[in-house]
Ligand binder design. Structure first.
Ligand code: FRU
Length: 447
């Protein structure tokens, strides 16, 4: 793990496996980003919370494991959750998972879907030390009432401070196999009462993971990750989506429109989580799903990373995901050739004309009419089940593109976040060619 401890730009697994971002918070003058972590192998297993800290959202340091199973409730995993600050302390909320039937051949998995979930919390005095043995509490025991939620599939508490108390959204599913969200309320973060739920009709996935609700100047936004949203047998069917909503804290009533956007049109990002940055912006990151482990000479094999932090804004019912200013600042050293980026990743900005295209080391970005499309066929794993080509919906605001290119991920921001297409990639060449582009500029990381 030592060799991957400090990272710039994209945050990657310190070794082995990571999935969802958890407990994202600006606390005590630093950003803390926890994550679902299996510390023993580059596969999903008994979940721990890994922990990374940063002064600026772009220079990260992994500081080890903060949560690990110690209780009956979280014996088989500390699943996703969130963080808030209360009276100077950091409170973490997460889902504890207990298997009722364990796979004898792999104790990190259950069999026959026999497990149960409860919601737990732990408070830390300083955001760095977590007393896993004495500091945990069950705040919402396993749900028994089927009309409220499922005893196994209820998870991922996201807590925020509302006008007159604390609120929580939880992902769950109903008896008739539809995803839903549960709302809870508390005065003291410890005692929680169920208030209401919300769901949609058929075709919206059977279980909603990782809900996140927040207000922006331009409207209220809900982000969630319905499982089996795309039922086409491809990798992956679970997809993160978002929408502007109407929410009333009083009674926790939420209206969900039929209109939605994908969080990202590369369809690789999942389980996003947001917080507010130190200047009050709503900032979000998400897990990049990677089908294969990265093996590098002299390093622990790793799998899973996060997208660059994005500022979320809503305007006229549309949700924008803009590059965080600190990211732009990081990639601000103007260069003439991608080789000058020193293998650390680079940014390209340009205006793409009708019929224009770019070849980013084998990854293709092109314009077809009023859509921006990508094709990773040349730089991805082989397999019929993988999605290879992607496109945005019809673009409204022009064709200014900003690409952030990393060895294992390309992020294409269209019109400063009108849409974003991000893809996992493997084996890209250190080359770039542009045809039909204007005002092309290249930047490497600052020293
Ligand atoms: C989403 C998810 C969450 C869960 C966690 C387990 O990717 O399935 O719902 O808490 O991952 O690692």
């Amino acid at each position: 793990m030592e060799e991957n401890r400090k990272q710039r730009g994209h945050l990657k697994a310190p070794g082995n496996w990571i999935n969802d971002p958890n407990g994202f918070i600006y606390y005590g003058g630093k950003y803390h980003l926890f994550y679902q972590y299996f510390p023993y192998a580059p596969v999903w297993g008994t979940m721990h919370w890994g922990h990374a800290v940063s002064d600026d959202l772009v220079n990260w340091e992994h500081v080890g494991v903060s949560l690990f199973p110690t209780k009956y409730g979280d014996q088989n995993g500390c699943f996703s959750g969130s963080a808030v600050e209360d009276n100077g302390k950091m409170a973490l909320f997460y889902t504890g998972v207990h298997y009722l039937e364990t796979d004898p051949e792999n104790i990190h998995q259950n069999i026959h879907d026999r497990f149960e979930a409860c919601q737990m919390m732990i408070v830390s005095e300083d955001g760095m030390h977590f007393d896993n043995f004495n500091g945990k509490k069950v705040i919402i025991p396993t749900i028994q009432d089927k009309s409220i939620g499922n005893r196994a599939d209820t998870r991922d508490p996201k807590v925020w401070k509302g006008r007159d108390g604390w609120y929580m959204v939880l992902g769950s599913r109903s008896e008739n196999g539809r995803g839903k969200i549960l709302f809870y309320r508390s005065d003291d973060l410890v005692n929680w009462s169920y208030v209401n739920d919300v769901s949609k009709g058929d075709g919206w996935g059977w279980m909603w993971e990782c809900p996140d609700y927040f207000e922006t100047e331009g409207g209220q936004v809900l982000v969630f990750s319905p499982m089996r949203f795309l039922q086409d047998g491809k990798w992956e069917e679970n997809q993160a989506i978002c929408m502007t909503v109407e929410f009333k804290e009083d009674g926790c009533e939420m209206d969900l429109p039929d209109r939605y956007q994908y969080l990202d049109y590369g369809l690789d990002l999942y389980a996003p989580q947001s917080t507010t940055d130190k200047d009050g912006r709503r900032v979000l990151t998400a897990w990049l799903r990677m089908p294969e482990t990265v093996e590098e000479e002299g390093k622990t094999p790793w799998r899973g990373m996060f997208c660059l932090p994005r500022v979320v804004e809503a305007k006229n019912g549309h949700v924008y995901f803009r590059v965080h200013p600190n990211v732009k600042k990081l990639y601000s050293r103007q260069i003439m050739d991608v080789k000058e980026a020193g293998g650390k990743g680079y940014r390209v900005s340009l205006l793409l004309e009708e019929g224009g295209y770019m070849d980013v080391g084998g990854y293709r970005v092109f314009r077809r009419g009023n859509r921006i499309c990508t094709d990773r066929t040349g730089v991805f794993c082989e397999g019929d089940d993988y999605r290879m080509t992607f496109e945005t919906p019809a673009i409204q605001e022009g064709y200014r593109l900003e690409l952030y290119v990393d060895e294992h991920m390309v992020e294409v921001y269209v019109n400063d976040g009108e849409y974003v297409v991000s893809n996992a990639v493997y084996g890209m060449a250190d080359e770039l060619s542009v045809c039909g582009g204007r005002e092309v500029k290249l930047f490497g990381m600052e020293d």
